[in-house]
Design a protein around this ligand. Structure first.
Ligand SMILES: C[S@@+](CC[C@H](N)C(=O)[O-])C[C@H]1O[C@@H](n2cnc3c(N)ncnc32)[C@H](O)[C@@H]1O
Length: 318
């Protein structure tokens, strides 16, 4: 697009930028060129194809040129578009939040299975879910949208991320069933009487030493969404003991992991409090989601204490 005096049609500009992004080693150059042109013109990809010979106005060309330059600088397409699809729903994203990943859909699919298992038993009160490190709210919103009787507590350290999550909850009409809490892991949960049925956490799990080797695109994402400490498990090490206190008996915890972390993560779960953990691979075959179920506490057998002259305590109320 060096020739600024030339009038470019949609077809010509797509052909040119497809080649340009390919030379810049962008993985799906034509698709990305189409998505970004759609953004610049406020059109869907199908609409572009229906109007391939339409000439671009100077302002449209300049908006598109700026998007293409940013993309060649490796700014992720989702940030340039301002949205990302997750579980077939559109989520707003900006640089305050991690871009939702397809691997996280595996966690959500298993969360749905477990909630479906609990749902028939739980008619008297809503199913209680916590999403720790909610980011864009993709997990919280998807679960709230899927189950009308789910109440979610969505937690993040970052107020800017929570703002994006709130917007996504409103976009999908579930804001009344999600409570947003700013805080460190589960420390800000106030009402600890009713246990959560399910806790999901996709917390940062990249080992600090691996951060400088990440693809350039990933380095545009918030460091607080990536850095999992020395071995990547620092936050999960802190979270698991908190979860034991807050999960209902037989409640389930789902953690997203990095590949190669399953064995070390499994050691965070003591057999006294937890059933043996399951590890679910993602679609590339890497261990990705750890599922742990809290054991029911052993039933206390209450015997009435009989003392001469006085009735024993009521075993039901004790
Ligand atoms: C890997 S991102 C996941 C975002 C989103 N749940 C997803 O699946 O795309 C992790 C999120 O955890 C948040 N976070 C990091 N440390 C936290 C902490 N100690 N307590 C609560 N949230 C934390 C980050 O701000 C970030 O939004």
């Amino acid at each position: 697009m060096a020739d600024t005096a030339k009038v470019w049609t949609i077809r010509e500009v797509l052909n040119w930028t497809g080649g340009y992004l390919q030379r810049a080693q962008i993985e799906q150059p034509r698709l990305e060129a189409e998505l970004l042109l759609g953004k610049a013109l406020g059109r869907t990809r199908v609409e572009l194809y229906m109007d391939l010979d339409r000439p671009l106005e100077a302002t449209e060309l300049s908006a598109y040129r700026s998007l293409i330059r940013h993309r060649a600088d490796r700014i992720p397409t989702a940030y340039l578009l301002g949205e990302k699809e997750f579980m077939s729903l559109a989520f707003k994203v900006n640089r305050s939040v991690l871009i939702p990943r397809p691997e996280t859909e595996v966690l959500v699919e298993w969360a749905i299975r477990h909630l479906e298992e609990f749902a028939p038993e739980r008619e008297e009160r809503p199913l209680l879910v916590a999403d720790v490190g909610t980011g864009s709210g993709n997990i919280a919103v998807t679960l709230a949208k899927r189950f009308a009787n789910v109440q979610v507590t969505a937690i993040d350290l970052s107020p800017d991320a929570l703002e994006v999550a709130r917007q996504n909850a409103a976009l999908h009409g579930v804001e009344r069933r999600i409570e947003f809490l700013e805080g460190d892991l589960l420390g800000s949960v106030r009402d600890k009487r009713q246990g959560f049925d399910l806790i999901a956490a996709n917390l940062p799990y990249i080992a600090a030493g691996d951060l400088p080797h990440l693809p350039r695109e990933v380095l545009y994402e918030p460091i607080a969404a990536l850095d999992g400490g020395k071995d990547g498990l620092a936050l999960y090490r802190k979270l698991v003991p908190q979860v034991v206190e807050l999960l209902a008996p037989r409640g389930v915890l789902l953690l997203e992991l990095g590949s190669g972390q399953a064995r070390a993560a499994g050691r965070l779960f003591s057999p006294e409090s937890w059933e043996p953990v399951r590890v679910i691979p993602d679609y590339a075959g890497h261990d990705r989601v750890l599922i742990a179920r809290r054991k029911s506490p052993p039933r206390r057998v209450l015997r009435p204490v009989m003392r001469a002259g006085r009735p024993g305590p009521d075993p039901v109320r004790t």
